[in-house]
Design a protein around this ligand. Structure first.
Ligand SMILES: *Cc1c(COP(=O)(O)O)cnc(C)c1O
Length: 410
């Protein structure tokens, strides 16, 4: 693969530049469950670590081709795909942490990830939630037993931007595993490898797939973390380069033992979607900025949370970290005398649906839906007010999105 090509060229030509089947420009969809061998020595060799395919729970040529693309996008060294973003997160935490280990996590995270951290606590992993926008608050949580730091690049749904670079520097100094959930920023805005991340997680269901027609997740190894001193790597995976041991364990335990495998069909759809990630992000980030600027001036909008606005608490940091844009997600709070549910019912272009990173613009009253289960106390910690609307901005024509807000707020 020539490494001088740009982001989109690299993804578009990725399949063609590895082993081509019948001249196909898309990696074919391989639904086969098992892979046969004509030579018994080869069969044994693949089970013993040689590259190849055995049983589809551990991956197929179709998922492998997608993994190559995600690795290229992230500038990493290798990737393992999963059935969903949550499967990727669960596999990472569950295969690398043990009872008694300490995890420092941002308090501004996706609600389901917060719930997953609760599961980890129940299994004896200590979890401290910190304000990851402030490096001192991250550092203060350190204690013997701290193994890992976790944060999202841009937080879902509050859009807080963690001090990603300072966290990377500190993790390197303390030899901690730095796990970055890059779902909202996407590798087009932000590559974890440049910020010192050890592992980068993407929900492929969101921007990378982009079309709302497939679920998937991925963990990408940046190659920066040396696992040789990490006690939780099992003996069989302490082979080859120590920088690859962590992902090997995530793949073996997370896919082979836990089975959260991405299907070939979903991988194929995600790979086709990924070809236009840069184009879609450019359009949706532009739409989001235009909408955020418009809404921040609107008399019926009390607050707009969007990293592209100068009023956002981490705006300067977002400019520094994400040169190309500020993401496609924003939080909106309407003025108190406006009924949020009435407003939502008037929308004609925006869709009431829980998802993000879709081509279509989606809106959701957060506290009443995806953050309902956790209750008001936890919502307060995560900075989620009762009237917060999450808007995931798509690629519609800008004036149609603004027009929909104009009529629904009138
Ligand atoms: C949606 C999301 C996930 C989970 O991804 P799924 O593919 O829906 O399982 C994880 N992290 C963030 C930040 C997300 O927005």
């Amino acid at each position: 693969m020539p490494d001088k090509n740009g982001f989109t060229t690299t993804i578009l030509h990725s399949d063609r530049r590895s082993s081509v089947e019948h001249g196909a420009i898309h990696k074919p969809m391989h639904p086969s469950t098992e892979y046969a061998f004509s030579d018994s020595h080869e069969l044994a060799a693949v089970f013993q670590g040689k590259a190849g395919f055995t049983y589809a729970r551990q991956g197929t040529p179709t998922t492998a081709a997608l993994e190559v693309k995600v690795t290229q996008m992230e500038g990493g060294v290798s990737t393992v795909s999963f059935a969903t973003g949550m499967a990727a997160l669960a596999a990472t935490f569950l295969t690398l942490l043990r009872a008694g280990d300490h995890l420092i996590s941002s308090q501004y995270i996706f609600g389901n990830t917060n719930s997953l951290l609760g599961t980890l606590k129940g299994m004896g992993v200590d979890v401290t939630l910190v304000d990851a926008t402030d490096i001192d608050s991250v550092k203060q949580a350190y204690r013997p037993g701290t193994k890992m730091v976790f944060t999202e690049a841009i937080a879902n749904p509050g859009t807080q931007v963690a001090d990603l670079r300072a966290i990377g520097d500190w993790c390197r100094e303390k030899n901690l595993i730095y796990v970055l959930d890059n779902t909202l920023a996407t590798p087009w805005l932000c590559q974890g490898v440049a910020l010192g991340a050890s592992l980068v997680i993407n929900s492929l269901s969101k921007h990378i797939g982009g079309h709302g027609n497939a679920l998937g997740g991925a963990v990408t190894d940046t190659g920066l973390y040396d696992w040789s001193d990490y006690a939780n790597i099992a003996e069989p995976y302490r082979k080859g380069k120590p920088t690859s041991w962590g992902l090997t364990q995530i793949k073996k335990k997370g896919l082979r033992d836990m089975g959260g495998t991405l299907s070939a069909e979903a991988a194929h759809r995600i790979a086709a979607g990924a070809e236009t990630l840069a184009l879609r992000m450019e359009k949706s980030c532009g739409n989001a900025l235009a909408l955020a600027r418009f809404l921040s001036q609107h008399p019926k909008v009390a607050k707009v949370h969007y990293p592209g606005l100068a009023s956002h608490p981490q705006h300067e940091r977002a400019v520094d970290l994400f040169g190309r844009g500020f993401g496609a997600l924003m939080g909106i709070e309407l003025v108190d005398d406006l009924d949020v549910f009435d407003f939502l019912n008037k929308l004609k272009v925006l869709i009431l649906a829980t998802h993000l990173g879709d081509n279509r613009t989606l809106v959701l009253p957060v506290a009443h839906t995806i953050y309902y289960e956790m209750g008001p106390q936890q919502r307060a910690v995560m900075g989620i007010s009762d009237n917060l609307l999450r808007v995931s901005v798509g690629i519609e024509d800008t004036e149609d999105l603004i027009g929909d807000f104009v009529q629904a707020l009138a």
